[in-house]
Ligand binder design. Sequence first.
Ligand code: M6R
Length: 613
Amino acid sequence: MCGIVGYVGYQNAVDVLIDGLRHLEYRGYDSSGVALYNGGKINVYKAQGKLQNLVDELKKQDPSEIKSNAGIGHIRWATHGVPNQINAHPQTCNCGGLTLVHNGIIENYAELKTELENAGCKFKSQTDTEVAAHLIAYEYAKTKDLISALKNAVKKLKGAWAFCVMHKNEPDCIVATRKNAPLLIGVGENENFLASDIPAIIKYTKKAIYLNDDQITKITKDKIEIYNPDLTLSQNKVEFLPFEPMALSKMGYKHYMLKEIHEQPDVVRNILQDKIFDEISDIKLKDVKLTKEEIKNIKRIQIIACGTSLHAGLVGKYVMEELTGIPVDVEASSEYIYRSTIADKNTLVIGISQSGETADTITAIRQVKEKGAHVLIITNRNESMLARLSDSLLHVNAGIEVSVAATKSYIAQLISIYLLAIFIAENLGKEKSILNNIKHELLLLPSKLEAILSNASHIRDVAKKYSGYKNFIFIARGINYPTALEGALKLKEISYINATGYPAGELKHGPIAMLDETMPVLAILNEGRVYDKVMSNCEEAYARQAKLIGVANYIDDKHKQLFDDYILIPEILDMVSPALNVTVLQLLAYYIAEYLGKDVDQPRNLAKSVTVE
Ligand code: M6R
């Protein structure tokens, strides 16, 4: 939530900042701004709405005013204060000498605001961030040193922050710090960068330094200084960034979401390649640090996650319990935090997060670590905060995901869960033939995904037909119940259609009251344990005139007439079927939203990394 960038170097800062912000748009897009150091003063430009509005605003300026070799930029997802120009960042102190950008939330801003107002500060915005601008300026007035001012000011703050700060008396440098919000330093030649995330700087450098909580950095074009909280100098490691700039291109697709759905077969191949060699060899998970003995001692598994990652966790419950026999609880991180959860050294806690940055999940995992549980993180970002908190890591390796709606990272999470469940089961000495059969199915998955993608035009036709409906119900049973939840979430978030996922058997306990010809019901059917039961639920919906769409690997002739439309997927083992079924639902949601002309990659009110609780 919110993206920040900083640049000091030989290039025109505004170009680098705008380019960086463009690659952080997934973090928020309701307003944006830049501050540019310009001959002893700092010029600030801000605009409400999409980044393009800021670009248009900058075009109207005198070029000599926006020429600069040092600047900071921000793209906002509003928390405190409506998304307008005044509330956009950068925020400045009263005299305009100090300006900053912020990602995070200052929880005690109201008390601090009163204190600062009493000391004579005049507030212009409704943001929590403006408090920090006044507070740091107040401290700077005492010490005339930006590093000490920042250090003294953040001591008074509660919450989460990444700040980049400039002062008119400190030419061509940026001072920055972070706590519970991401910030990395991009190391260049004759230029250095600051950013919330890698995509903002990957075009310019592949070297980065990660700041620890409460460390402060000062960057100029040829120097990076890092200070510990006691202001002793620190030598943080320079790391190599794993991404290629190419990963940020749409590669000819209309939207990142469509491109990312189409990447799924390769994503699966990638994950499998160094973990399953054939169906009979044991699985290798090099960063899972659990010994055989520790695995034998696991008495329970808890999975914590949010949104789409939570749905992957729900699939995990079915897979893990079936293959390992260990009881599994799955919970939204935001709920887990606020009850007395039971975890100890015999508990394996699995945190799932695409970004590795989700605040709710970070808080929950921190709590669990104090209880002595082994923490295993499944993430797409192995440099993230959650990865750093882990005892064991499963990097899902899906490549950078730009679209706000998670697609390829979900499939990658599912595959990681299958691998982990098989790995635990193998270590527990469970029946090999069952495990080998699943490995066999996983190895066949990429070609089956390709078969679905080659049928995308049929899914697009179905999507067009149903794009006028205002409500949708998704039903399934067993391991595809989470698929129904995920299909409904995808549709909601990118098309704003009201869609709800239910266990099919629950339909008759209430939701059936809503069924008539205006309510499409999408049923997921897979040959296996619950096929006949779901078919009976489809009969019930049919009897209430609901429009029925089937997503199935098999529909017998006598039942075909129940369905207004159906989409057939390749034959697949029920346990692995969520990975195929969800691809159909992702495409369906995508084409409905695209047909309705929605902003598919940047749906309203959402941000990809939710770094506030
Ligand atoms: O990065 P995370 O996986 O922790 O993010 C969790 C959710 O915010 C995320 O899955 C969200 O629900 C997506 N927009 C789903 O498409």
